[in-house]
Design a protein around this ligand. Structure first.
Ligand SMILES: Cc1cc2nc3c(=O)[nH]c(=O)nc-3n(C[C@H](O)[C@H](O)[C@H](O)COP(=O)(O)OP(=O)(O)OC[C@H]3O[C@@H](n4cnc5c(N)ncnc54)[C@H](O)[C@@H]3O)c2cc1C
Length: 458
């Protein structure tokens, strides 16, 4: 496409300590942490609610937060799930035995309760939340972000802060600022498929439509040639209320999330597939005969787009070694969840092996550490990244891209940014012992005994 130049003046919004871009689990936790620590914090979010994929994306279940013996995830994420539990906003029958003790147990939640809770926590922390506002560009150089260009109904604005945290999922700020990133489909041979999640309602007999009944129905439907694409991997339909469930199924293969054409075509295909799954459940899964399609998500479910090249790149070797780090900012335990790249049997078998084979996953009582360096684009001074787009190899990305890990990383990035504002330390030169100590004061579960004043580097 040809290029052109367009110059214009815009209003300048100056004087912020911390600017967080993107209000998903990572961004919400980053902003709440920074606000609670007393920093002047602004949170920029493109949609009209916080929570990201967990709200606008309708993936209304938190991935495992415990390892069968203890709760690994502390801090703001733990506070969120405990508050939702107290306020009756978790799925029916779900409590601490699932989120604080379970091994590979998911915690479903009610989406409106979660939205309201995040509004409340951000407001109480003194965070200025700006909904319906999009990050469009950045002014940056020499490892420093000087400002971000935003657009909303009031027009264009340049916002300047002392520190910036990119929680857009797609590393939009890091890429615009010129930080090194790896892009799915360009720097990797393949792209993990996306999914458009759905809500189904109606009279549902949950005692008859459990996971096994759904998988049995899938086998029969595939044998009948029911679906337009022969996809053997159906994560399934999960209960979030007595008459409400969320469907995480209908893979959108080879969708490049960094191309608008692919996103647009993918959204339309996702809606068509959701209708097919509705018919499938009505016909093949007992207890779902009278299912209704409540809605599809407004945010397309992207699993993979960009990852930054950080001070540290967390690898599958670290994961399999159950490695802990002196500068770790979180602990986690989940299987490697790289969905089949296509509908072939070979891909499906590869996925099953990584998920089920004991050599590829951590067992009960185990954990690995997430070091601080995954949050910092290599060599950058006032920029952090948290959530789905941090620095890891593909296999570890398939472990830590989920909501509880994103929230832990967000809280760490928010706390690091405030430490940087107060001490003058750069992101890549931060005293990580002081950060770990601050996170522990905020309730993070960080049991390492040896601390280090510098980040672990690749
Ligand atoms: C289909 C699917 C099912 C999943 N199921 C689960 C599950 O069961 N449990 C689980 O824990 N995890 C699940 N995940 C993973 C998880 O939901 C995400 O990886 C996680 O939410 C990532 O958090 P994040 O904060 O990095 O990004 P996101 O949740 O994607 O949030 C990013 C936010 O940034 C905003 N944003 C993006 N660009 C801009 C911009 N330019 N300007 C302003 N705002 C912007 C977006 O609107 C969004 O609110 C699933 C993912 C998918 C795709």
């Amino acid at each position: 496409m040809p290029t052109c130049t367009f110059t214009r003046d815009m209003q300048l919004d100056d004087g912020w300590d911390v600017c967080v871009l993107g209000g998903g689990p990572a961004g919400a936790a980053a902003a709440i942490a920074a606000g609670r620590l007393g920093a002047r914090t602004v949170l920029i979010e493109n949609t009209g609610c916080l929570g990201g994929m967990g709200t606008s994306g309708l993936v209304t279940a938190f991935d495992p937060m415990a390892n069968g013996q203890e709760m690994l995830v502390g801090g703001i994420m733990r506070e969120i799930v405990e508050t939702l539990d107290r306020e009756g906003e978790l799925g029916p029958g779900v409590g601490p035995e699932v989120y604080a003790k379970g091994y590979m147990r998911w915690t479903p939640f009610r989406v409106e309760g979660y939205k309201r809770l995040l509004d409340r926590l951000a407001t109480q922390a003194g965070v200025e939340v700006r909904f319906f506002t999009r990050l469009c560009d950045a002014e940056a150089g020499n490892g420093v972000v000087r400002g971000v260009v935003l657009n909303n109904v009031e027009g264009w604005r340049m916002l300047r802060a002392r520190t910036y945290i990119d929680c857009t999922g797609d590393a939009v700020l890091a890429a615009a600022a010129g930080a090194a990133c790896r892009e799915a489909g360009r720097d990797t041979p393949r792209i993990m498929p996306a999914t458009m999640a759905s809500y189904f309602s109606g009279p549902i007999d949950w005692s008859r439509c459990g996971w096994q009944a759904q998988q049995d129905g899938l086998k029969r439907a595939l044998a009948d040639g029911f679906f337009t694409q022969r996809d053997r991997h159906m994560p399934g339909f999960s209960r979030v209320g007595d008459s409400l469930g969320y469907l995480n199924s209908g893979h959108l293969f080879n969708l490049d999330a960094l191309r608008c054409r692919d996103l647009s075509d993918g959204a339309m295909l996702g809606r068509r597939l959701a209708k097919e799954y509705l018919e499938f459940f009505r016909r093949y899964v007992p207890g779902c005969e009278r299912l209704e399609h409540a809605t599809t998500a407004s945010l397309l479910g992207i699993r993979e787009s960009r990852r930054i090249v950080g001070e540290y790149e967390l690898t599958v070797g670290d994961y399999l070694a159950r490695r802990h780090f002196p500068d770790q900012i979180g602990l986690f335990n989940k299987f490697i969840d790289i969905h089949p790249y296509d509908c072939s049997d070979a891909e499906y078998e590869r996925f099953r092996a990584e998920k089920d084979d004991g050599r590829w996953k951590l067992g009960p009582g185990e954990s690995f550490g997430i070091p601080y360096g995954v949050l910092v684009p290599r060599g950058w001074s006032n920029l952090w990244v948290a959530g789905r787009c941090v620095s890891s190899d593909l296999q570890v990305h398939g472990v830590i891209r989920v909501q509880p890990a994103a929230a832990m990383m967000g809280q760490a990035a928010g706390s690091a940014a405030v430490q940087s504002v107060r001490s003058g330390q750069t992101a890549c030169g931060l005293d990580t012992a002081a950060l770990v100590s601050s996170l522990r004061d905020q309730g993070a579960h960080l049991p390492q005994t040896a601390l280090a004043t510098t980040a672990t580097r690749s």
